[in-house]
Write a protein that binds this ligand. Structure first.
Ligand code: SF4
Length: 335
């Protein structure tokens, strides 16, 4: 049994979770919305503090991170549970634990995870596949050990952690890719069982902490892809996070409760790309689909090609992160 971090006792054996923006109050033997934190006899325990469902090497571009050690492999770890309930989740088998359902995964400890990462000689390690916030105890300990070993910790997140959680974890992070799933609170309520504002607040906090940040939007046709909403998202990324923040636009393919929903037409993604560029964002990328637009990185100063991508294959045209023509250093973590 693993005692959880970031919670407090309330009257009558209730416990209050402080890990994410839901702030669940749990009755005795009750679980939080994430399905992996539980009130046992008036104390909060984590059911996933030593559980992983996968640990493998991925191209860092798959996270996606395009301005972070390009062309390298990242040791990627996932556990179980999620504080969102997205109708379109591609990883629902590990993120959505049915009440009374068996917890997937196997037992491991932070030392063993870092040893595995070291055995692959990676420079970075991602907490990904399911929401890292909900297995915070494992992420926090492992990220600390990884950092001490010279391995850069990364999260791929929905951005719904509490500010307290983010400030603690932030000291141990080098980079993050965070979803901005929509710019409408109604979307977050209807499709994710969450709210928009905490995500916006956390994106700004991540930036202010100096953690390298890239933002991803899954563009779902007819749901979050209106011109007005794309303009709003692009304006937020530009005005609040900075023109240098990469914005990834991913193609939707049906999953979980939305298998019948059509995929994103390429022209719509390309229009979203244009909207981002017209707002002044220097780095807008298209993913999850083949496109002639939005795969490569160009120097924002002179327009020269700096990184060419084809799928997960990467070709640097000069020194990592440096324009071969005008020698501008592009924003990112390159070595
Ligand atoms: S992590 Fe979030 S969803 Fe899970 S118990 Fe805590 S507040 Fe609730």
């Amino acid at each position: 049994m693993h005692y959880a971090m970031l919670w407090e006792s309330l009257k009558g054996e209730l416990v209050q979770c402080r890990l994410c923006a839901h702030g669940c109050s749990l009755k005795k033997d009750g679980k939080g919305r994430c399905g992996v934190r539980m009130n046992r006899n008036g104390e909060m325990i984590s059911l996933v503090a030593d559980v992983i469902t996968s640990a493998c090497l991925d191209p860092v571009e798959k996270k996606p991170l395009y301005h972070f050690l390009p062309g390298s492999k990242i040791f990627s770890v996932g556990s179980a549970g999620c504080n969102f309930a997205c109708s379109f989740c591609q990883n629902f088998a590990i993120s959505q634990i049915p009440p009374g359902g068996r917890m997937p995964g196997k037992i491991i400890d932070p030392d063993a995870l870092v040893e595995m990462a070291e055995s692959h000689a990676v420079r970075s390690m991602a907490f990904t596949y399911n929401e890292p916030t909900v297995f915070f105890e494992l992420v926090y300990q492992t990220a600390g050990l990884a950092q001490a070993s010279g391995i850069r910790p990364v999260i791929v997140s929905n951005g719904y952690m509490s500010q307290e959680c983010l400030l603690m974890l932030g000291r141990r992070l080098s980079a993050a890719n965070v979803d901005l799933k929509s710019f409408r609170d109604d979307f977050y309520k209807k499709y994710c069982n969450a709210r928009l504002q905490p995500v916006l607040d956390n994106l700004k906090t991540l930036k202010s902490l100096g953690i390298w940040l890239e933002v991803t939007t899954l563009v779902i046709p007819g749901i979050n892809d209106s011109d007005a909403e794309l303009h709003d998202m692009a304006a937020f990324v530009h005005d609040e996070l900075g023109a240098e923040t990469p914005w990834h636009l991913s193609a939707f393919h049906g999953a979980y409760k939305m298998t019948a929903h059509p995929p994103t037409p390429l022209p719509r993604l390309e229009e979203a790309w244009r909207i981002g560029r017209e707002k002044g964002l220097h780095f807008v990328y298209i993913g999850n689909v083949k496109s002639l637009l939005g795969g490569d990185t160009f120097c924002p100063h002179c327009g020269e090609l700096v990184i060419e991508r084809s799928g997960y294959a990467v070709r640097l045209t000069g020194k990592a992160g440096i324009c071969p023509s005008c020698k501008t250093t592009l924003p990112g973590i390159w070595r």
